[in-house]
Design a protein around this ligand. Structure first.
Ligand code: S3P
Length: 178
C-alpha cells in the first residue's frame, strides 16, 4: 500500500490500540498524533486547551499533521477532531488511505471510562460525559464519512480481528465497508 495508513474516529474507537498492531504487521512506524503533540509541547492536551484555547491546539494539530504527512509512510492515529478542518481533510485524502473506526456510543463511553489515564489528559469538548460523546458523534459523522476510504465497525470485535480486516482492506483499492 502506498502512502500513509490513517486511523480516524472518535475517542474510544480503538485508534491507539489498533495502530501499533497494524504498524508491526506492515513493518512501519506508528505515530499517535496526540501523544507526539503532547511530547513536543511538554504539556497535556487538556493543559493546552486550558492555557491557550482550542484554536491554538487545532493549529498545532494541523502543523503536526502536515509535517507527518510529508514523512515516510507510517501508520498514523489521529485525534478525534482532526476532521474538523478542511485543510486536514484534504491532506489526509491526498497522502494516504483513511480508515474510519466506528463503535456505538455505549461502547465508546465504556472504553473511555476504562481508560482514565487518557481521560485525565483530554479536555471536555462539550458538556462532558456520555452526552458529549453522543453530540460529537452526531456533529462529526458527515465529516468522518467524507474522509473515509473504509469504514470499520469495531463493535464486539478484538483489536487483532479489526487489524486483520484493515490489512485485508489495504490490499483492495475501492471504497468499502469492513
Ligand atoms: C479531540 C480528541 C482527542 C484530542 C483532543 C481533541 C476531539 O483525541 O485530539 O482532546 O476533538 O475529539 P482522541 O480522539 O485520541 O482522544
Amino acid at each position: 500500500m502506498n502512502g500513509h495508513l490513517y486511523l480516524i474516529g472518535l475517542r474510544g474507537t480503538g485508534k491507539s490500540t489498533i495502530g501499533p498492531i497494524l504498524a508491526q504487521r506492515l513493518n512501519r512506524q506508528f505515530v499517535d498524533v496526540d501523544i507526539e503533540l503532547e511530547h513536543r509541547a511538554g504539556r497535556t492536551i487538556r493543559e493546552i486547551f486550558e492555557q491557550d484555547g482550542e484554536q491554538h491546539f487545532r493549529d498545532l494539530e494541523e502543523a503536526l499533521l502536515r509535517e507527518l504527512s510529508e514523512q515516510q509512510a507510517a501508520v498514523i492515529a489521529t485525534g478525534g477532531g482532526v476532521v474538523l478542518r478542511e485543510a486536514n481533510r484534504q491532506r489526509l485524502r491526498a497522502t494516504g488511505r483513511i480508515f474510519w473506526l466506528t463503535a456505538s456510543t455505549e461502547t465508546m463511553w465504556w472504553r473511555m471510562t476504562e481508560d482514565q489515564s487518557t481521560a485525565s489528559r483530554r479536555p471536555n469538548l462539550g458538556v462532558g460525559g456520555r452526552a458529549e460523546v453522543e453530540a460529537l458523534a452526531q456533529q462529526r459523522e458527515a465529516l468522518y464519512r467524507q474522509c473515509a476510504d473504509v469504514i470499520v465497525d469495531t463493535e464486539g470485535r478484538s483489536p487483532r480481528e479489526i487489524a486483520e480486516d484493515i490489512l485485508v482492506a489495504c490490499s483492495t483499492s475501492s471504497p468499502t465497508t469492513s
